[in-house]
Design a protein around this ligand. Structure first.
Ligand code: ADE
Length: 233
């Protein structure tokens, strides 16, 4: 969402790419610049033409990732944004989590092999040194196209010990895997999924604080990537 991307764009002093690096009708908007000698591109999924709200969820995420990987040929993709956290996995509002793996919790296809495809388990880039240096919590990220969840979604997330629930990472992983580009996930917690408050209320209340936490963490993540090989992360 724009509210998640803007603080980071400002903090890193990125500029919107003009002329666009990804042309319409794809709705995504890209911003580029440098940080600690790294070329950095932020890709925001843009707005929905009909409703005017931000594009969210897996469909825009996979399209943007596919096009951005073609346009920028990155060494690594970071799925950055907000998420609901599970207190059962140690999450609290404002925490920033590193993803260890991603799954989908809303693709239930009880047919041979399609069940595994539906879950779409995919490992994130292992970054143990970074995780320790930045004292970040870590865990499995689960994606689905709803802010809420069904009992079955919860069952799947419990089976995979999911720490944070959001709406894009697994789709981004799918597009990254087509190109064999490693994925990191950095997710700031806006709401507690296994808590007692309505998600939408808690999400709106904490969105800006979580975006600020992201903006505080992401430049440090980038600094840690600068000058290191993948195997040194
Ligand atoms: N983004 C922030 N909180 C979320 C939640 N609980 N579910 C999905 N996406 C989210």
């Amino acid at each position: 969402m724009e509210a998640e991307a803007q603080p980071l764009i400002q903090a890193l002093g990125l500029k919107e790419d003009a002329p666009p690096k990804i042309v319409g009708p794809a709705p995504c908007v890209t911003f580029s610049g440098e940080h600690d000698g790294l070329k950095v591109h932020v890709v925001w999924n843009g707005k929905d033409r009909d409703t005017g709200v931000d594009n969210v969820g897996t469909v825009p995420a996979s399209l943007s990732t596919y096009l951005a990987v073609m346009a920028f040929k990155p060494d690594v993709v970071i799925s950055a944004g907000t998420a609901g956290g599970f207190k059962a996995q140690g999450a609290a509002i404002g925490d920033v989590f590193l993803g260890t793996a991603v799954i989908n919790h809303d693709r239930r296809i009880p047919l041979p092999n399609f069940d595994k495809y539906g879950i779409g388990y995919s490992l994130c880039l292992a970054t143990p040194g970074l995780q320790e240096a930045l004292s970040l919590k870590q865990g499995v990220v689960s994606s689905g196209n709803s802010l809420d969840y069904t009992d079955k979604c919860m069952e799947i997330m419990a089976q995979h010990s999911v720490a944070v629930k959001e709406m894009e990472a697994a789709a981004i992983a799918w597009a990254c895997n087509l190109y064999h580009v490693p994925l990191m996930c950095v997710k700031a917690v806006t709401d507690i999924v296994d808590g007692d408050r309505p998600t939408s209320e808690e999400f709106l209340e904490n969105l800006h604080a979580a975006a600020a936490a992201l903006q505080g963490t992401l430049p440090r993540v980038l600094s840690r990537l600068a000058g290191r090989k993948m195997s040194e992360l």
